[in-house]
Design a protein around this ligand. Structure first.
Ligand SMILES: [Zn+2]
Length: 323
């Protein structure tokens, strides 16, 4: 036996030397939930370690993240008032718009991404405007997303991240942003976003549970892979700067497909359910937390992701440090 792969596993030094993939802290994005009502700023019980912040609290959290080396955040807003047409979403003084301004004023270098959807702002909890049958109307919803994106751009956002899964929204956003001079605002499209059970804890965090039905008429069916390629190709064609796969762990094959097919950066969203199931096992002493988190995060890099959106960003940066 001449070939013995174990030779290169004998010590930490040689293992580090031949290690193929690394999680870079600068590739991590921490999601932040920002509330309008002060009383809503509280820990999220289904996501141990994650809280909702006021605008001031979000600025303080952003400073802490930045000092640890996390240089990008993804903002979600929880408004005080909701209605059928998500009016509080495109209010120039809405909670996300104020958070963008405050964070950019405090930390101009923080790379601020704003999630773009309607579900946190509609009283029915769906991602768009409903037609008389209760179905989400595609084009009317896209028009609202465009309105909101412009207010985010005016507030100084670096990236808008449409998560609605409406058809044609990337093209509409790119044209509208460019027409108003926001050619430098990037689009990170939630391109392959599946109708997943792993979003459960997020809905508590963002107060965005649909009041009836589900999101299967616009989010993707979990068993489909070719369809993900089609969705991603459309978004790239329409002008997306970054395409995303969401969730992460159950869809690593889709991340790999994306990497092998497209030249744009690939983001993966390590969603709330993936976070919470790990945290639950760690809290019960069933898993070694640090090792499990590191192993999970490197799986995204190995699958081909460039950008990892994860609720573990802060924790990971705390252990592995700013460079
Ligand atoms: Zn939504």
């Amino acid at each position: 036996m001449h070939i013995r792969p174990r030779r290169l596993r004998r010590s930490p030094v040689v293992r580090a030397m031949v290690r193929e993939h690394h999680v870079r802290v600068e590739a991590l994005v921490q999601p932040l939930f920002v509330v309008e009502r002060e009383t809503d700023a509280a820990p999220i019980s289904s996501m141990p370690g994650i809280s909702r912040f006021t605008v001031d609290g979000a600025v303080a959290e952003a400073r802490e993240l930045f000092a640890l080396g996390v240089r990008s955040i993804l903002l979600f807003g929880i408004p005080e008032s909701k209605d059928a047409i998500a009016s509080s979403n495109y209010d120039p003084n809405g909670v996300v718009q104020r958070a963008i301004r405050a964070i950019k004023a405090a930390l101009p270098e923080m790379y601020v991404i704003a999630d773009l959807c309607n579900c946190e702002y509609t009283d029915h909890g769906h991602c768009g405007v409903l037609d008389p049958n209760g179905d989400v109307e595609n084009d009317a919803t896209v028009a609202l997303l465009v309105r909101t994106a412009i207010t985010y751009a005016e507030a100084g956002v670096d990236v808008v991240a449409p998560s609605d899964m409406m058809d044609g929204r990337v093209e509409a956003l790119r044209s509208a942003l460019d027409a108003r001079g926001f050619t430098q605002v990037a689009i990170m499209a939630y391109s392959a976003k599946y109708a997943s059970a792993f979003y459960g804890p997020f809905r508590e965090a963002a107060d965005s549970t649909p009041q009836f039905g589900d999101r299967r008429s616009y989010q993707m069916d979990p068993p489909n892979a070719r369809e993900a390629l089609r969705e991603m190709a459309l978004d790239v064609e329409e002008g997306a700067d970054v395409i995303m796969v969401k969730p992460g762990l159950p869809y690593l094959d889709i991340v790999r497909l994306a990497r092998d097919t497209f030249d744009v950066p690939i983001a993966v969203y390590n969603v709330s359910g993936e976070y919470s199931m790990l945290q639950a096992a760690i809290a019960n002493g069933w898993l070694d937390g640090e090792r499990a988190i590191d192993e999970m995060l490197v799986s995204f890099v190995r699958a081909g992701a460039d950008i990892i959106i994860t609720y573990f960003a802060k924790e990971y940066a705390r252990r592995h440090g700013a460079r």
